[in-house]
Design a protein around this ligand. Structure first.
Ligand code: NAP
Length: 404
């Protein structure tokens, strides 16, 4: 596999998207901030977008309250909302009615999605076809791409689903191990497009306990597995992360680490030449925007594939990276995908206003509050209330979250 050695976070900007206005100014009216008499008076500050989040954090930490955020230098921009900050966190903004986008149901027929074809009592026995390291030299940890043959059974699935793996052996009480769920990283056709394989993207879980390194049972079982090994597989399960059938949909993907698994399947379905040839009914024409968070450049996953999609579909695919231990956010901390979301808030919200846009989030559970904070600030700057908009997007089946 050829890996990119480019260190840039943003490899390129597709001509299909407007460029972000990172220098755009925001006017923020703050109360109860500062010392002495200044604390009582409302203060108006004008900051570039990149500093908006750190300003909100500082205000919250110092017990201040943000009364208004408006786009522009305050001279011409209308004041659009009144979010407040309390207790160190960005609190819910005042209940200003948010414009509701027109309701559009995702064009996915849930009834057609296979579930629980194989249960733990009678699992499918899959044979390992390959088990490959996905990381470049110098990466942290161990992440493998593992492919199983599904021949001889009826296990089939669609993009965005998960399968269960029951590792060999027994637990501490001598009972067979319970199944662990993994997001499927291949399309319904499998990596060889022969409709008879399924692939996973697995990080070996490792943690320290009482000075000892503990290896995750199932992730170690999978990362160590050899070709031809027989593995108990259950499922498929899950309808949360299904891709809309609409070829003109816009798909925003927020992934941390191995949370890239379903996104890799979506992107293959959209852009992989063999997949496109196999799916005349799905010739993706929308915009796909992947935000990917990894600790270091060698930890990037499926990089060569994504680079080839960028070359082949510059107007349809955009790829933004947050490399946490190499890049800094505007406050000087680790660069996380929520920082990238804030940076590109204008464009993300412009896309979200389009009823054809879906957002998918997968990976660490810890990224959820960060994304919510970023969306709250970004929405407020556009006069929208995220705490109202998010349930509305969810109801329209346009906001998809699977984290653990
Ligand atoms: P990882 O490589 O350890 O981390 C990915 C990136 O996320 C790193 O850059 C990390 O930064 C960053 N990060 C840490 N805390 C964050 C936060 N609060 N907000 C945003 N970014 C944060 O990832 P991994 O080990 O592959 O873990 C992926 C996680 O996804 C696992 O917990 C796995 O169980 C889960 N997962 C879920 C699904 C699913 O729900 N379907 C599928 C696959 C994986 P630093 O480490 O530098 O701080």
């Amino acid at each position: 596999m050829i890996r990119s050695t480019l260190g840039n976070s943003e490899m390129r900007v597709s001509t299909g998207f407007a460029t972000s206005s990172e220098t755009r100014m925001f006017t923020v009216v703050i109360e109860s901030f500062g010392v002495g008499p200044r604390r009582r008076a409302a203060r108006t500050l004008t900051v570039p977008f990149q500093q908006l989040q750190s300003l909100m954090q500082t205000v919250a930490q110092k017990g201040g309250r943000i009364k208004v955020i408006s786009a522009g230098d305050g001279a011409s921009a209308p004041q659009v909302s009144s979010p407040s900050t309390e207790g160190g966190a960005i609190a819910e903004p005042a209940p200003t009615p948010a414009p509701q986008p027109p309701v559009s149901k995702a064009a996915v027929s849930h009834a057609d999605v296979p579930v629980n074809l194989y249960k733990p009592k009678d699992p499918f026995i899959g044979t390992v076809i390959s088990n490959d390291n996905l990381l470049a030299e110098g990466a942290i940890g161990r992440v493998n791409h593992i492919t199983f043959s599904l021949k001889g059974g009826n296990l089939h699935y669609v993009e965005g689903q998960s399968i269960g793996i029951i590792p060999d052996g027994t637990d501490a009480s001598g009972k067979p191990h319970k199944l662990r769920l993994y997001s499927i990283a291949s399309t319904r056709h499998g990596d060889d497009c022969n409709d008879s394989t399924v692939s996973l993207c697995v990080r070996q879980l490792q943690y320290e306990k009482d000075g000892e390194t503990i290896n995750g049972v199932c992730s170690t079982f999978l990362c160590d597995i050899h070709r031809e090994a027989q593995v108990k597989i259950t499922g498929p399960v899950g309808k949360e992360m299904l891709l809309p059938a609409d070829e003109d949909a816009n798909i925003i993907m927020l992934a941390t680490g191995t949370g890239i698994a379903p996104m890799r399947a979506y992107l293959r379905r959209m852009f992989e030449p063999e997949e496109r040839a196999k799916n005349p009914e799905y010739q993706f024409r929308g915009k796909a925007w992947l935000f990917m968070g990894v600790p270091t450049t060698p930890n990037l996953l499926y990089e060569a594939d994504f680079q080839s999609y960028l070359s082949a579909y510059p107007d349809n695919f955009r790829y933004t990276k947050a490399i946490s231990r190499e890049q800094k956010n505007p406050s000087g901390g680790r660069m996380y995908i929520q920082d990238r979301v804030l940076e590109h808030a204008d464009e993300i919200f412009a896309l979200i206003e389009d009823p054809k846009t879906h957002v998918y989030m997968c990976g660490l559970k810890g990224m959820e509050p960060g994304i919510d904070e970023a969306m709250t600030a970004a929405a407020a700057a556009k006069g929208l209330v995220w705490s109202e908009l998010r349930p509305s997007l969810k109801k329209q089946e346009r906001w998809h979250v699977e984290t653990y």
